[in-house]
Design a protein around this ligand. Structure first.
Ligand SMILES: Cc1cc2nc3c(=O)[nH]c(=O)nc-3n(C[C@H](O)[C@H](O)[C@H](O)COP(=O)(O)OP(=O)(O)OC[C@H]3O[C@@H](n4cnc5c(N)ncnc54)[C@H](O)[C@@H]3O)c2cc1C
Length: 453
């Protein structure tokens, strides 16, 4: 059997998997259907395109589980993290990325790698032999989706997230809005002023909620909403859950002072985050929506400062395809019924750019080590990688399985530490210390990856 590793899908997971395997000395072919076959969310033919938000979320590797995942990927010489760091934008404690240069850099690094070939074209069937990783993501092509469903005997589950709108900076009224990160968080002045804030009075907030509730929305087919992922709820759905919900979520007014009216506490604040290095585009944070386009423009223009806003992109809804991994995959991400096939990325039931890239990193290393005849054990459960893979391949309840972000709830407790809110800081530090030690230990067992080119 050839020792080439075939990777289907050059998104977050497929790109990282290819890099890891090639760095271990294994030849890789990436099969990517774009630009020949498009999805409704991707805009380019680049690998690792970020389709919505430009954030990799918190970069805090001591107190935050996704920050810890960043750390673990950096420790494993991950390509996605290296390129995200190279194209980092100011965003307080978060890691925001200049999306187009980021994707172009990932693409260039992969295409320039002597062991990697990129073949354009859609793969529509599960192969009978060879070494394969399927990382085709939430928008897996329909024909391949059907082939997977036929093999697994389990219909892939579809549900909808929603895209947040993007506004042109020069259309925002800065005599009402101001720049400030919550609690002035950040090392530099740029970080401390990374967000653009639009304040609302109580009356404005109530009118906004009324408009959200009354707005025309895209209709769901029966049963489609059952899979809503709580981390990505459309704002109108949050508003339906209670008039105060948004004020305690994306519109919370805490940690911010309006310099135009320092003595008046806003009732709610809409935050926008820079979406490109030039600073010409800002996305409305947490404002995923399934409102119809016409309704979106009129409702969003009710936000003080956005009365004359021009939108570079309005919000939308999208599909998400994922496997019932707890029943279908083993602890090394292989399809139990065809172990020469692995799955990686969002299709395994993780959620988000970082988690998907992380699962690609693991799949790439696990597949390459097997091809090299030195199979690796599954990653330690105490690492963030291990906690996540353990959850999706065994820890989660198969019957009610839904996509999962990395979070400390997936980690085993550290004995002897105080529970509750008071002990949280010490607990999180203990989790992250333990995870780093475990992850370093696992990496030492891997065939050493040469430093990045
Ligand atoms: C509209 C939308 C908005 C999202 N917003 C966010 C967000 O704001 N933040 C976030 O963290 N995550 C978001 N996600 C989830 C995001 O897509 C994933 O986190 C991440 O991109 C998944 O990485 P992946 O590698 O698994 O899939 P992808 O990055 O989607 O990569 C899969 C690749 O496989 C290719 N492909 C599909 N089928 C085939 C085939 N048959 N043959 C060959 N190639 C194929 C696709 O073209 C694509 O390039 C969003 C998803 C969607 C659809």
């Amino acid at each position: 059997m050839s020792n080439t590793l075939h990777i289907v899908g050059g998104g977050m997971a497929g790109s990282e998997a290819a890099w890891q395997a090639a760095q271990m000395g294994v030849p890789v072919v990436i099969h990517e259907m774009r630009p020949k076959v498009e999805t409704f969310a991707h805009r380019t033919g680049d690998l690792a395109e970020m389709v919505c938000s430009n954030s990799f979320r918190s970069d805090d590797d001591e107190q935050n589980a996704v920050g810890l995942l960043h750390w673990e990927m950096r420790a494993a010489n991950g390509l996605i993290m290296a390129m995200a760091d190279r194209h980092r934008l100011p965003a307080g404690g978060a890691l925001a990325v200049d999306r187009d240069p980021f994707a172009r850099s990932v693409t260039r690094q992969l295409r320039d790698h002597p062991l990697i070939t990129v073949e354009e074209g859609e793969i529509t069937a599960l192969p009978d032999d060879g070494h394969w990783i399927f990382a085709t993501g939430p928008l897996t092509s329909q024909r391949l989706g059907q082939a997977i469903a036929q093999e697994t005997g389990t219909d892939a589950l579809a549900f909808f997230d929603a895209i947040a709108p993007i506004v042109y900076f020069d259309s925002i009224d800065m005599s009402q809005a101001w720049m400030q990160s919550r609690y002035d968080k950040g090392e530099t002045e740029e970080e401390r002023t990374a967000y653009l804030n639009c304040p609302m009075t109580r009356d404005q907030y109530e009118a906004f909620i009324d408009a959200l509730l009354a707005a025309d929305k895209t209709e769901f087919h029966e049963g489609e909403t059952a899979g809503y992922f709580d981390g990505c709820l459309p704002i109108e759905v949050m508003a339906e859950r209670g008039r105060e919900t948004l004020r305690h979520g994306p519109m919370k007014p805490v940690g911010l002072t309006n310099p135009h009216q320092p003595d008046v506490k806003p009732w709610a604040v809409v935050q926008l985050r820079r979406d490109n290095a030039l600073g010409t585009l800002y996305n409305i944070v947490g404002f995923q929506t399934k409102m119809k386009y016409g309704a979106q423009t009129s409702v969003f223009k009710m936000i003080p400062g956005l009365e004359n806003a021009s939108f570079a992109r309005l919000g939308g809804i999208h599909r998400n395809t994922f496997l019932n991994s707890p029943t279908l995959l083993d602890d090394r991400m292989r399809l139990k019924s065809r172990p020469h096939i692995r799955f990686a990325g969002q299709i395994t039931g993780v959620e988000g750019y970082v988690e998907s890239a992380a699962m690609g990193l693991l799949a790439g290393r696990l597949a390459a080590s097997e091809i090299l005849g030195q199979p690796l054990p599954p990653p330690p459960q105490d690492s963030a990688m291990g906690a996540l893979i353990h959850h999706i391949t065994g820890g989660a309840e198969a019957r009610t399985f839904q996509p999962m972000n990395v979070n400390f709830g997936l980690f085993r407790p550290v004995e002897g530490l105080k529970g509750g809110r008071r002990g949280r800081k010490d607990r999180y530090k203990a989790y992250t210390d333990r995870a780093k030690a475990a992850w370093r230990g696992w990496l030492e067992q891997a065939a050493p990856a040469p430093a990045q080119g």
